[in-house]
Structures are given as C-alpha cells and as structure tokens.
Ligand binder design. Structure first.
Ligand code: HEM
Length: 523
C-alpha cells in the first residue's frame, strides 16, 4: 500500500513539475504551441515524423505567422520562433547587441575543432570575426581565383571526357560537391586536390563522412541544436574521431611545411590563418583595393592575440564544412530548376555566350563572372525557393522587450527564424513555388515589400555568412562552366511538374534521392 502511495506521489510531482516547466511561455505572456509531454517538439523530430527540418518549421510559420512570435518547447527548453520581418530585423541588425550568439556548444577540450566562428560566443566571436573578415574581401578572392578557375577547367575536361566515352547522365549533387571540395580543399589547405577525377580522394571521403545521414550523428546534431546545454553537460563529442584526426594532421603538416619554407607564398585561406597564428592580424596587401570593404577602424581596438594551432585548425575545418556542401547544393538546385525551365536556361546560356564574345575569351575570368547578372538572378531565386540553411538560430544575450510590443524575453532564450517559411510566403512572393528569376531584376530581396527582413539565404547583420562572396563565386563559376558547354535536361521527367522530397536527416536542403541530369553538347 505504502509503495502505491509512493508511486502516486511521484507521478503527481512529475505531473506538476511538467505543468510548471511547460507554463514558461504562458507566464511570459507570449503565444505558444501546446507541447507534447516531456519532449515537446523534439518528439516529432526524434521520431523522424517530419518531412524535413525546413518543411517542419515552414509549417509552423504558415500556421502561426499571424501571432508574430510563437513560444515552443524542445523538451523543457523554451524556444522562440520569430515570424515577423520587423522583429527579425530587430534581432539581426537593430538590436544585434542583445542577440549576437547562437548558443551552440564549443568546448575545445572535448572537440578541438569546435571553437570556430560559427559556434563561438561574445567577445571571442567578435574578435575572431573582425580578424577573419579580410579573408573574404573581393581583393582576396581575386587572388584565389586562378586556383578556383583551375578546378573549373578540370571539371570541364572531365565532363568532356565522360561525354566522349558515352556517359551523359550525372548525379549533379555529387559532381558539384566534388568540384567545390576541390576548390575549398585547395584554397583552405593549400593542397591541390582533384576530387573530380579521383572519387576516392580523402577530402571527398571526409566531406561525405561529415554530411553522412548516420542516425547517431543526426541525434547528436539535433541535441546540439535544440538542447545545447545538455550536450555540454554530457560532454558529447560531435566531430567524428577519424575526421578530427585527419583535419588536425593535415593542418599540422601544412603549417610545418610553410613555416619551414619562408619564401613559400600562396594566396589562400591557410596563408591568412598562418598570419593570424604568427602575428595576430592579417596584413593588407598594398595592391589590393580592399579598404572600401573592411572597416579597418575595427582593428584599432582589436587585441592582436595570436591564434593557437587548434584555433587555426578549427577555422580551416569550418571553412571546409561551411564552404563545399552549401555551394554545391545551391548549384545543384539551380541546375535542377534550369533543367525544368528550358527557356530560362537558354537565356542564361545566351548571357554567358555574349559575355565571352564581348571579352573575346574562351576562359571565364573573374571580371567576366561579375557581368553574368541574369545567372546571378537565377542563383538568388534558387536560394529563395531553397534556402540551403532553412533555419537561422540566435540566442538572446540580454533581457529584451520587442519595440512596440509587450513581449519581453529573457537572456538565454533560444531564437529560431524560419527562413524557408518566409521565402515561400505568398505575401512576399507571388506564386512562391514558381521559379522566377525576374523577381530579382530590380530588387535585392526579390520582392516589392521592403519592410523588415524576410530574404535570408546568407542570414543578415554582423553575424551573417562570412563566406557569402566565396559561396556565390564558386556557384557561379561552376554553373557558367557547365552551361557554356552543355544543355541540361532532367532524366526523371516526372520531376518537371512536382517538387522533390527533401532529405529529412539533413539540416540543410538536399534532395532525398539524387537528381540525375542529362548533359547535351551545345553546338
Ligand atoms: C551558397 C553558399 C552558402 C550559403 C547559402 C551559406 C549560408 C550561410 C548561413 C545561412 C549562415 C548563417 C548566417 C546567420 O546566422 O545569420 C552562414 C554562416 C557562415 N558561413 Fe556560410 N554559406 C555559404 C557559403 C559559405 C562559404 C563558401 C564559407 C567559407 C568558405 C562560409 C562560411 C560561413 C561561416 C564561417 C559562417 C559563420 C559566420 C559567423 O558566425 O560569424 N559559408 N552561412
């Protein structure tokens, strides 16, 4: 009998604790979605009962956008979904000082490669961001262009060879991922890599391991995103040991090689990171006209603390991870839409032909790429329909009351911004599932609406994507190289009129089943 009373008491206590923890949003006076016992929204995600992460949050956006903000729970962790473009602007730009972090765990002791720009917080993030900003100016990218162009030439020759041998169907995601892996590994590690011809290349293998849809890795990523404090408490390692060993060893060998050859000069990320390790800042080359792009006043107040070896390795690892899959997915989905829309594809090709004719050049130079405005509009429209990173994350770093509202949120609150929902909202984009590059002809956000932020493929504000220019550059050169020589058609014609299914195990937008495209030689 006493055991039964004990059980009843425990059950009652659990019930009331659960009720209390799940009353957080009602106590804050913020509209909320009723949570599922114990797990909240995690129950759907962990049971893989969701189409894809992007669509999961897009559905939230559609159902709750009228309330402007929505309180949800991941287990007992309250998270605020912000759907209103004006409030999003407040978070990302206007009151950035209260939202500068992502709240993602970075513990160098457990994961030596985790202390990178994406996950660092506060002053450590700011100092590093200012130090790394000169890495991505157009002057620096121009310096890296010969390496990038070489990779494009290798891809072109590879395709010509394959076509001659009778292969004309390509899994373009894999092809373009091998292309961007070649670029990133060359410019980030200074190692000339040919992942295009060599499918077994170690960098490609590591890339596949990082984006593997292994269940264990997926759970770790889910926990780190939705319950970051738990991940830290459990001292959970997120980078697979084999990947960590590989990156630490490659970075060590590269640094040793360059340190022992002082005359060695290469215009790549690694060289810039080595400057940060040896002198604490990046030197501005006199011949580079970068001053208009980086605010060098920031450097006056900046400590010149040198980067440690692990910090160099972590940034290199991040450039690799953030750099290849995002750009190859963008290029792949752009090629997919161009294959579905032959007239738009033809217009892109005519533009490329014209620019090459005007320059009287068969090679696509850096300056010629800047003239491919219509191709750029197609890339912008691809990223509207398919924001490769469909959800942005911030953490509130100071108690904050949103302007013109009664809504106050506490320091430590996790914030989600559902880009995919915003990008497909008919209030901003008529017929949102239609691929229409013309939206971007005279509008940087593809819409007539100018209130607040709702076009966010690279995020926005001081914590936006630092590699934006690099991402666009490799996407553009890859597509221009292919489309100058070949026309593209979908092998599975049923995809002409239906949307592909996104892979539910990935945080980024990626088709569940590879898209196969038939290449045809242009006259
Ligand atoms: C088409 C390609 C790319 C897309 C769509 C993309 C998208 C994004 C997005 C959405 C974010 C988060 C921004 C925010 O929270 O406001 C981000 C952050 C970041 N991206 Fe990219 N990215 C691309 C290419 C690249 C490349 C090529 C690199 C580096 C080589 C890179 C490095 C980074 C880094 C380091 C951050 C973290 C910045 C910080 O926290 O200060 N990205 N990217």
């Amino acid at each position: 009998m006493s055991f039964l009373i004990f059980i009843v008491l425990i059950a009652t206590a659990i019930y009331f604790i659960n009720q209390y923890l799940f009353s957080y949003w009602s106590r804050q006076g913020i509209p909320f979605k009723k949570p599922v016992f114990l797990l909240g929204e995690l129950s759907a995600i962990l049971s893989r009962n969701v189409p894809s992460l992007g669509e999961f949050f897009e559905n939230f956006y559609k159902n709750y956008k009228q309330s402007r903000i929505l309180g949800i729970y991941f287990s007992y962790r309250p998270t605020l979904m912000v759907c209103d473009p004006i409030l999003i602007q407040e978070i990302m730009i206007k009151d950035f000082g209260s939202f500068h972090d992502r709240g993602i765990p970075a513990d160098e002791e457990i994961d030596p490669l985790s202390a990178h720009l994406f996950s660092l917080s506060g002053q450590r993030w700011r100092d590093l961001r200012v130090k790394l900003s000169p890495t991505f100016t157009s002057g620096k990218l121009k310096g890296m262009y010969p390496t990038i162009f070489n990779c494009a030439q290798t891809m072109q020759k590879y395709l010509e060879k394959e076509m001659k041998n009778g292969t004309d169907n390509f899994d373009t995601h894999d092809l373009l991922a091998r292309f961007t892996t070649s670029i990133i590994s060359s410019v980030a590690f200074g190692i000339e890599n040919d992942c295009i011809n060599d499918r077994e290349n170690i960098f490609r293998k590591m890339g596949l391991k990082i984006f593997d849809n292994d269940y264990k890795l997926m759970i770790k990523n889910i926990l780190a995103t939705f319950l970051p404090k738990l991940t830290t408490k459990l001292r959970m390692k997120r980078v697979v040991q084999e990947v960590e060993d590989f990156f630490l060893s490659v970075v060590r060998q590269t640094i040793e090689h360059r340190d022992s050859n002082e005359s060695y000069q290469r215009k790549d990320f690694m060289q810039l990171l080595i400057q940060l390790k040896n002198q604490g800042f990046i030197s501005v080359d006199k011949d580079e006209n970068d001053e208009d792009e980086v605010n060098f006043d920031d450097f006056k107040s900046l400590d010149t603390k040198k980067l440690t070896f692990n910090q160099v390795a972590a940034q290199t690892f991040l450039f690799f991870v953030a750099g290849f899959e995002t750009s190859s997915s963008t290029s792949n989905l752009c090629l997919f839409e161009l294959s579905r829309n032959p007239k738009i594809q033809q217009k892109v090709q005519e533009e490329i032909d014209q620019v090459m004719k005007d320059a009287d050049s068969t090679d696509i130079t850096y300056d010629m790429l800047q003239k491919l405005k219509y191709l750029e509009m197609c890339i912008d429209e691809t990223l509207r329909k398919f924001p490769i990173v469909p959800l942005l994350v911030r953490e509130c770093t100071k108690n904050h009351t949103f302007s013109g509202t009664e809504f106050t949120i506490e320091k430590g609150t996790q914030i989600f911004i559902p880009c995919q929902g915003l990008h497909r909202d008919p209030d901003f984009y008529a017929n949102p599932m239609e691929f229409d590059p013309e939206r971007f002809r005279d509008s940087p956000n593809g819409s007539k609406n100018t209130r607040g932020l709702f076009y966010l493929p690279f995020g926005d504000g001081p914590r936006n994507c630092i590699g934006l220019r690099m991402g666009k550059l490799q996407t553009k050169i890859g597509l221009a190289t292919i489309l100058s020589k070949f026309s593209c058609k979908l092998v599975d014609e049923s995809l002409m009129h239906k949307e592909f299914e996104a892979d539910p195990s990935q945080f980024i937008i990626k088709p569940k089943v590879p898209i196969v495209i038939k290449f045809m030689n242009r006259k």
